[in-house]
Design a protein around this ligand. Structure first.
Ligand SMILES: [Mg+2]
Length: 124
């Protein structure tokens, strides 16, 4: 079963995405902070992480950097409320695999998650 980690400081978003992907038979974990996300990545090794950029404390950019340093095979899709070019470019430079802006297009997101999983399967 594909493991997906949803990271967002807004719990409603986590729960919404969790139920959306669980209905599509993913094994979904959630984290409400960057720190928590790193613990989950370390323990559960999800194939894909949906990572909110704006979070108090350790933000999505710092979290991305840590994930890509320690677990480079993990696919990370950044989730951002406002499309700020600089931030997105920084994320892509740090190895983010894609980004999506809120309000979320679930169809786009699901396709992208599936594509990341397929590319992970091909590289293994
Ligand atoms: Mg946020």
């Amino acid at each position: 079963m594909v493991k997906l980690l949803v990271v967002d400081d807004e719990n409603e978003i986590c729960e919404f995405l969790k139920s959306f992907f669980e209905e599509r038979t993913y094994n979904v974990m959630v984290a409400n902070s960057g720190e928590q996300a790193l613990d989950v990545v370390k323990q559960e090794k999800p194939q894909v992480v949906l990572l909110d950029i704006k979070m108090p404390g350790m933000d999505g950019i710092q979290t991305l950097r840590e994930i890509k340093t320690k677990f480079p095979k993990t696919k990370v899709i950044m989730v951002t409320a406002i499309e700020t070019r600089d931030k997105i470019e920084e994320c892509l430079r740090l190895g983010a695999d894609n980004y999506i802006t809120k309000p979320l297009s679930l169809e786009y997101l699901e396709n992208d998650v599936r594509e990341k999983i397929e590319s992970t399967a091909r590289s293994n």
